[in-house]
Write a protein that binds this ligand. Structure first.
Ligand SMILES: [Zn+2]
Length: 114
């Protein structure tokens, strides 16, 4: 990976981290209250356990944020961008699309088959 490409990737990870920080700083209760005030939202029936869904989404955001921070440090290292399974370079396009990944498409597919 070229320095320029790596920088572009790190920038895009930074943007994702910033976005997730905003989501996580927004209190879940406030977010729900705000949505409920929107007219188009009020027509939808409110499913039971909406708070649970909200909590689960925040948990996903929290995990993604943690993984992004880990990967950011990893990318700066010597082995940054190398697949943890086969030591091949993970294509930049894949890292851009899935910045939380640590494996190439092939290894990720193999992992899913297991
Ligand atoms: Zn691999």
């Amino acid at each position: 990976m070229h320095d320029k490409e790596k920088q572009a990737l790190l920038d895009s990870i930074d943007k994702r981290i910033a976005r997730l920080n905003i989501i996580l700083q927004t209190d879940a209760g406030n977010a729900v209250a705000k949505n409920n005030q929107e007219p188009e939202q009020s027509e939808k029936p409110h499913a039971i356990g909406e708070a649970d869904v909200e909590g689960a989404l925040l948990e996903i955001a929290r995990q993604e944020l943690a993984q992004l921070k880990i990967n950011k440090e990893w990318l700066k290292r010597e082995d940054g961008g190398l697949c943890v399974h086969c030591d091949e370079y993970i294509p930049l396009q894949r890292l851009m699309a899935v910045p939380t990944t640590r494996s190439c498409v092939k290894c990720a597919e193999n992992e899913n088959k297991r």
